[in-house]
Design a protein around this ligand. Structure first.
Ligand SMILES: NC(=O)c1ccc[n+]([C@@H]2O[C@H](COP(=O)([O-])OP(=O)(O)OC[C@H]3O[C@@H](n4cnc5c(N)ncnc54)[C@H](O)[C@@H]3O)[C@@H](O)[C@H]2O)c1
Length: 364
């Protein structure tokens, strides 16, 4: 095995998890923080969302160097009115402060039936489905509205320059005896990280997702990574744009955080997320048939005759479950550019070169 990787390689999830833990403990995180970050990033890769997986490590390291990302910082409840919690993430690792915010919300929703949690000023909270899955694992339904505060990448419907972030929306429904239904997407046509993955791989993106600096549609991911910068477009024309706007306002304004505008533009390497989550105990409804009704609907839609080129009908969350089953066995693919960037970040963390080489050797 050469130490220089020139092709896509595969790495066992456990090995990658250990590598991520080692990087962040060398950077100064407690073992628990490093573990939560590794849990989240590796699960994003396992779910097929490389845009929010270990490829984020170099950006986080740059944010740490900018003194933006604050290691070993915990979520602080700044207002508690029972069923509504306002929580400040204080620029701590999103993988830590969102986990803690969800723990608080889950505890409260179990007690009261519902809890709205406004989490503000969190450093990047990554794949939002992770948080919905945390709620679903506790038997709870949840809805999440998120803004990427002060970091515009997406043009408004009818506009040609970047005015707001890729603002994800997520909703999940836990199922008895089955994986939860988890809808989790960026309100841009594609997540920004997917343009990074395409750029690193030297491939184009599908038509319809990008415009260049003059507003002309393009398939070149470089418009997001090299000046003059273009923009992503919102999914679903005016409807996706409208949902992005509600994510911005619920996520950024209602949480007591901030929205994206001229006074809040952030040019550092930080990615700041604000998220308003509504967590609901389904048992608080008078709905004894809720599981059966959801199951009946799932079976009903799956019985639709298949369109050409489709081998099965899935419900949201199923593609991620299928990828986990595959990648847990076959290893997580990492492209050479991303691997080199992670390796450089590992060096910046203070990890000794010999230890880095051990992980490089683990690539298949
Ligand atoms: N933290 C942030 O600032 C931020 C910003 C943007 C996006 N994100 C994250 O990026 C990730 C990727 O977002 P995306 O927009 O690229 O996701 P995507 O386009 O891959 O869509 C994912 C959603 O669609 C569902 N889905 C996909 N194919 C399906 C099919 N054939 N049938 C039924 N359902 C199907 C998936 O289960 C999932 O719920 C998400 O996890 C999101 O939370 C985070």
């Amino acid at each position: 095995m050469s130490t220089e990787t020139t092709r896509e390689s595969r790495i066992a999830p456990d090995t990658l998890h250990a590598y991520v833990r080692a990087i962040w403990t060398h950077a100064g995180s407690t073992p628990r923080e490093a573990e939560l970050v590794a849990d989240h990033l590796v699960m994003a890769n396992l779910s097929g969302h490389d845009s929010h997986g270990v490829g984020m490590i170099p950006r986080y390291m740059a944010s740490l160097a900018d003194n933006e990302l604050k290691l070993n910082t915990h979520a602080e409840i700044v207002r508690d009115v029972g069923a509504v919690l306002t929580i400040d993430g204080r620029k701590g690792f999103g993988q830590v402060v969102a986990h803690e915010a969800m723990e608080h919300g889950i505890e409260r929703a179990k007690k009261l039936g519902v809890c709205a949690v406004g989490l503000r000023n969190a450093h990047h909270i990554g794949r939002i489905g992770h948080w919905a899955e945390q709620c679903a694992a506790a038997g709870l339904v949840s809805f999440h509205f998120v803004n990427v505060a002060g970091d515009p990448l997406v043009a408004p419907f009818g506009g040609i320059d970047r005015r707001f972030g890729t603002n994800p929306f997520c909703a999940a429904f836990p199922r008895e005896g089955n994986a939860p239904i988890v809808l989790d997407f960026a309100t841009a046509g594609i997540a920004y990280g997917k343009t990074r993955v395409a750029y690193n791989k030297g491939v184009k993106v599908a038509p319809g997702y990008l415009i260049d600096h003059a507003g002309v549609p393009t398939i070149e991911p470089k418009v997001m990574h090299e000046a003059p910068f273009g923009s992503l477009t919102a999914m679903g024309a005016h409807k996706g744009y409208g949902l992005a706007a509600m994510c911005e306002i619920f996520g950024g304004a209602l949480s007591g955080g901030f929205t994206t505008h001229a006074d809040t533009l952030d040019t550092t390497n930080a990615i700041i997320n604000c998220m308003t989550s509504v967590i609901v105990d389904p048992n608080a409804f008078d709905a004894p048939n809720a599981q059966a009704e959801a199951d009946a609907f799932v079976q009903w839609v799956k019985a639709s005759p298949l369109a050409a080129g489709t081998d099965r009908i899935m419900v949201p969350g199923e593609p991620e479950q299928a990828r986990r089953a595959d990648l847990n066995v076959n290893g997580i693919p990492i492209d050479p550019t991303t691997w080199q960037q992670i390796r450089a970040a590992a060096g910046q963390s203070g990890m000794p070169a010999a230890a880095i080489e051990e992980f490089v050797q683990a690539l298949k």
